[in-house]
Design a protein around this ligand. Structure first.
Ligand SMILES: Nc1ncnc2c1ncn2[C@@H]1O[C@H](COP(=O)(O)OP(=O)(O)OP(=O)(O)O)[C@@H](O)[C@H]1O
Ligand SMILES: [Mg+2]
Length: 324
């Protein structure tokens, strides 16, 4: 299931509760595809990144080579830097706001941005903007982009944001249109006023900025909700709370129009390695049955618990072996 999705889609989102194995599974799929000769970019959108820990090397805001197959296949990694993204985002928003407001209110714009810097919505929209940017930049250079996302709730909100952001810029544009009509009527009465034509130019520029932003979010939303292009995979462990939360996430995503390609049940205990693990496996089987009831018809893939530490390419390759 997972390998088919990865082979057929251009965007793959991997999500789930904290610590269930999102980064491990994303890396395993990425490595498998790179070894199959594809160019893969693995993007961590979780502010508490652990891509660099797993690959045992520093990963940052620019793509870093994680693995290659000696031919055309390549796996590169990026950890989206939320603070740099927020600074960039606020600078852009601030410029647009200042263009909107008369000079004497510019101080208030500054105060407003300081408040915005600390609000969670800013954080999320900044990450979303960076995702849109990464998709736009990486589309040409990579065959597949895998997003290793932050734990559940955050991710679903993030995916709902293009909708909210589009509505927001739409509202501003409508207000602009009304103001422009009024401005044009005034200018028609007073054709020679040089300040007015300057005003018209400024209006056009603001409109351009807003339209570009809206187009960016709408394009991303279009891609995320296109099942031929993008799929979401939920990673879960066979435990009570992760199972319940994964079913919720599944329905949330479905409601947002995002295709959920399947569920990966990770780190299953072996049934034949002693009494303790056998008892644990029996409990996990009960949770698997529960998951099946909550999500009838969903594609499932089971991955065993590996004995070794999951760090570095050979360990990731070992997990990738289990994907088929
Ligand atoms: N199949 C597996 N067998 C053994 N250990 C595993 C397996 N999958 C993941 N792990 C281990 O479980 C821990 C959590 O995995 P990982 O970091 O991939 O989870 P995550 O969902 O990305 O976590 P976070 O939400 O903190 O980002 C790691 O120590 C990893 O090595
Ligand atoms: Mg992780």
């Amino acid at each position: 299931m997972l390998l088919d999705l990865a082979a057929e889609r251009k965007l793959l989102f991997i999500g789930g509760k904290g610590g269930v194995g999102k980064t491990s599974v994303s890396s395993a799929v990425g490595l498998h595809q790179a070894r199959a000769g594809r160019r893969v970019l693995l993007v961590s959108t979780d502010p508490a990144h652990n891509l660099g820990h797993l690959w045992d090397r520093p990963v940052g805001d620019d793509p870093v080579l994680l693995a290659d197959d000696g031919g055309s296949g390549v796996l590169a990694g990026v950890e989206i830097d939320p603070s740099a993204t927020i600074e960039h985002h606020l600078a852009q928003v601030g410029q647009t706001l200042r263009d909107f407001m008369p000079d004497h209110l510019h101080k208030q714009v500054g105060a407003h941005l300081e408040l915005a810097r600390k609000s969670p919505g800013t954080h999320e929209s900044a990450i979303l903007e960076r995702i849109a940017e990464v998709v736009e930049l990486a589309e040409r250079d990579y065959d597949l982009i895998i997003f290793d996302t932050a734990p559940s709730g955050h991710t679903a909100r993030l995916l709902a944001l293009p909708e909210i952001m589009s509505a927001w810029t739409e509202g501003l544009l409508n207000r602009r249109t009304k103001a422009e009509k009024f401005g044009a009527a005034v200018r028609a009465l007073d054709n020679d006023d040089p300040e007015s034509s300057e005003g018209a130019n400024r209006d056009r520029r603001i409109r351009q900025v807003l339209t570009q932003r809206r187009a960016k979010f709408e394009k991303l939303r279009g891609m995320i909700t296109d099942p031929a292009l993008c799929s979401f995979v939920i990673v879960v462990t066979a435990e009570r709370v992760p199972v319940l939360e994964s079913a919720e996430l599944f329905h949330q995503l479905d409601g947002l129009g995002v295709q959920v390609g399947g569920v990966v049940v990770n780190r299953l205990s072996p049934a034949d390695q002693g009494e303790f693990l056998a008892a644990k496996r029996a409990q996990e089987e009960a949770q698997l049955a529960k998951l099946g009831q909550l999500l009838p018809g969903a594609q499932m893939l089971q991955l065993p618990m590996l004995a070794g530490d999951l760090v570095g390419e050979p360990a990731v390759a070992q997990l990738a072996e289990q994907l088929r």
